[in-house]
Design a protein around this ligand. Sequence first.
Ligand code: NAP
Length: 250
Amino acid sequence: MTLSKVAIITGASRGIGAETAKLFAENGYYVCINYLSNESAAEKVKNEILQRGDHCITVKADVSIESEVARLFETVENQLGYISILVNNVGILRTQCRLEEISAKRFSEVLLTNVMSCFLCSKEAVKRMSTKNGGSGGVIVNVSSGASKSGSPNEYIDYAVSKGAIDTLTRGLALEVAAEGIRVNAVRPGLIYTEMHASGGEPNRVERLKSKIPLQRGGQPKEVAEAILWLATEKSSFVTGSFIDPAGGL
Ligand code: NAP
């Protein structure tokens, strides 16, 4: 069965999400650019896509909140049609520090944004996509991190924990819905040049650490987007519950 080409990409106003939105649009997908607050950045990504003649919309929604996620999915369904692809890309991190300096408030905020968003969006997607629920199937791609394996000591264990949870959710959900027309996979990027590192207090983190990467360089957001696109297309039709690590060998 040929699926509609409608994709929701969470956190797509910049970085990996923005590159993914542009790449999907270039490949004929109708894209929803979700974002939290930076409207001008989201509109810039949208205009770039529209200028090339491709189709997309922006939807502002905090995807860690259930009602906002419901509104996001309803809006996309109404404006673009059947949602066949969800990319759970949203992720935040906070200032680098040791575990004993992480407050309980920060720990729960990081987990809420990174894990709850993935759970809530996946839930809305499965409700619609599952053949068991009358859907025509679909694909979910989660954006985890190499941090789920390294644990990010002395930087942000809270963030690493959230990515470990995403890996587990990926595996569990993939097996749960495998017979219902839905594939679920994840990418685990390594050090990628985005503005996220500034949130950790070190905008040039990739430069500092790049010599430790076997390929001897940081990655570009587009190199992660290519892996996400592959997992979303029929080219990966026999792949589910799996992980791709665009991490230069780390
Ligand atoms: P980024 O540049 O910091 O962008 C984060 C995006 O998420 C922004 O579009 C932001 O929207 C949005 N966002 C944040 N909280 C949100 C919420 N509650 N609801 C909706 N949108 C929200 O991030 P990135 O570096 O591209 O990372 C993207 C993903 O890759 C994350 O999951 C990250 O953990 C993962 N990753 C990144 C790296 C890396 O080296 N960069 C490595 C491994 C994994 P606004 O602009 O509106 O705030």
